[in-house]
Design a protein. Structure first.
Length: 278
């Protein structure tokens, strides 16, 4: 048997397996410590199955997969998902890697502390140079730590959902190193740009989110066999949101410099990594 790819949960894997059965490719699911592997029985089917897997990863909500489940789903298949709460926790963990989960946890803890009476202390400790009393260039961490600050529920929810969804894909399907590079580069250089555009009072993971969105979109188009991709509608939403940031939409103050800088970094790294992988 030949492994053609991995998915974070059994439900998604079963939909894909049902589709492969419909195109006469014998395959099965193998549970892993994190997610499941898709195994093809016949070696001659492996190349076509990999192409189908790349399409599934990029467009998992395509109607043909739902149709395949109705037509070819095995009613005898029993997958133990456990209690709903346990299932959600398992999917959350298996859909991400250590870097994804650590940053998710750090941002959440900092946001919780800011809303439990430590807002000023958190800001003074993590804000960019010049934003807090005593902040100077010797405190090198301040070039990155503003990325961990969030100032509203909508702000952190938007960023962390994208971070888990896209960052998790990158880390579990390509590796920790590409995500770590994106995090460090897009979590620092766009902050410098934002500082020169509007001053030191900013924060949020948005620059990194735009970087991983750009990276995922490029890799999905140029190297789909890598197993990640961003549907055009999702990328379109991100670009529309980026444009709204320059129009003072709903009176929100957005770090437009960080968004643009992050997107450029993600696109550039995606082009580099996709060329290197060829």
């Amino acid at each position: 048997m030949i492994e053609i790819g991995r998915l974070p949960n059994s439900r998604a894997a079963q939909a894909f397996v049902d589709y492969l059965k419909g195109v006469n490719i014998d395959c099965q699911i193998e549970p892993l410590p994190q997610g499941v592997a898709i195994l093809v029985i016949r070696e001659q089917d492996a190349e076509q199955a990999r192409k189908e897997f790349a399409h599934f990863v990029a467009y998992p909500h395509d109607n043909k997969y739902l149709q395949a489940s109705w037509e070819h789903g095995d009613t005898q298949t029993k997958l133990d998902y456990g209690a709903p709460s346990l299932q959600l926790l398992t999917q959350f963990i298996t859909g991400a890697g250590p870097v994804t989960l650590v940053i998710f946890g750090l941002c959440s803890l900092i946001f919780a502390a800011m809303n439990l009476g430590f807002s000023q202390a958190m800001f003074n400790s993590l804000a960019y140079f010049g934003a807090a009393p005593g902040a100077d260039s010797t405190q090198f961490w301040r070039i990155f730590t503003p990325s961990l600050l969030h100032f509203s529920a909508m702000h952190i929810i938007f960023n962390l959902l994208w971070w888990w969804y896209l960052g998790g894909k990158i880390e579990t399907r390509i590796g920790t190193a590409p995500l770590l590079i994106l995090l460090l580069v897009a979590g620092t250089l766009p902050n410098v740009l934002q500082y020169y555009l509007s001053g030191p009072n900013f924060g949020g993971l948005s620059g990194v989110v735009y970087a991983i969105a750009g990276y995922t979109w490029v890799m999905g188009r140029r190297k789909p066999e890598a197993g990640i991709g961003l549907p055009p509608s999702y990328m379109g939403f991100m670009l529309i949101w980026l444009g709204l940031g320059f129009s003072d939409f709903m009176g929100l103050s957005m770090a437009n410099g960080a968004h643009v800088g992050g997107l450029v970094i993600g696109l550039a790294q995606g082009l580099f990594d996709s060329r290197r992988a060829r």
